[in-house]
Design a protein. Structure first.
Length: 308
């Protein structure tokens, strides 16, 4: 059974309640971090196993729980990789165009905590008060060498990119999007060449295993386009739940107790859940992390800039 949460936390909580009432064995999915947190909190409250496939906000639940497991890496790990990438590229004055959200606020804090001890400066630009043109003026005024888009897609991310790309004063600035907005096919459609050379995070290995290669081919045929990293996370989520149900049956308590026993070959590596420091849920400790961008010579092709 499928329920579209439409990036709405209240709809997510209501969907968990509805599915729990219908007798499902488990729920899975949700790539929107704030919405995933709402779903996780409700699943924990009603005692329903929730396998979170693709949402990175570190704190999914306020208290430790056995009901929730997650495939994607926590935001603090991925965004630290991104901060290291920025420093390695020589950026120490970094502006973030941001909107009010616990996710963006958390990302800004992670970047500042990673960069400040090594001489980096993070300048916040509040997009509830600035136009894209004003962003350009602020970048010049602060002498920023990189602008990170901690904002929604397509608005206001796309207008900001267009404005910065057309400002000759900012010809040398790097635009980045750690949350992965350039992954969307619509990004290339809306921005064309302007959407290239914008590094972002995705969670794929540098080279696929034979399983990953087979799944990539199948997904490409099904979708009629190159699958995003979220599609691979979706496949791995199904693989984990199928293995758990085969081994432990559909009882909710037994599923929740089985997270520690999971050992499943996924498209991105061997999936096992542990209790990692700082996490309240069962976490796959070592999912792969990449920093990539769209190739300016071929916008449908991604260049791997860093792999962990």
């Amino acid at each position: 059974m499928v329920r579209d949460t439409a990036a709405d936390p209240q709809r997510a909580a209501a969907a968990v309640d509805e599915l729990a009432g219908l007798g499902v064995a488990a729920v899975a999915g949700e790539y929107h971090s704030v919405v995933a947190r709402a779903a996780a909190a409700r699943a924990d409250a009603v005692g329903l196993p929730f396998l979170c496939s693709s949402a990175v906000l570190d704190t999914l639940t306020e208290q430790p729980t056995d009901w929730i497991a997650r495939l994607s890496p926590p935001q603090s790990r991925g965004w630290q990789v991104y901060a290291d990438f920025l420093l390695g590229a020589g950026h120490t004055r970094i502006a973030v165009a941001t909107q009010p959200s616990v996710y963006w606020a958390s990302g800004t804090r992670i970047l500042r905590d990673c960069l400040a001890p090594r001489g980096g400066t993070v300048i916040e630009l509040d997009m509830s008060a600035l136009t894209p043109t004003a962003v350009c003026d602020a970048l010049v005024g602060h002498r920023a060498t990189a602008l990170l888009l901690l904002v929604g897609h397509p608005e206001p991310a796309v207008p900001i990119v267009r404005s910065v790309r057309r400002d000759q004063r900012l010809a040398e600035i790097t635009i980045g999007a750690p949350a992965g907005q350039p992954e969307f096919a619509a990004w290339a459609t809306l921005l064309g060449d302007d959407g290239a050379r914008i590094p972002f995070l995705r969670y794929l290995p540098e080279r696929f295993s034979p399983l990953g290669a087979r799944v990539e081919t199948a997904l490409r045929e099904r979708l009629a386009e190159a699958p995003s990293f979220v599609a691979f996370e979706g496949y791995d989520t199904v693989a984990v739940l199928a293995d758990v149900l085969r081994s432990h049956g559909p009882d909710r308590r037994r599923i929740a107790e089985s997270w520690a026993c999971v050992a499943v070959e996924g498209t991105c590596g061997q999936i096992q859940f542990t209790r990692t420091p700082g996490s309240s849920v069962w976490q796959w400790a070592e999912p792969p992390i990449q920093v990539v961008d769209r190739d300016p010579a071929e916008s449908d092709r991604f260049r791997i800039l860093r792999t962990v």
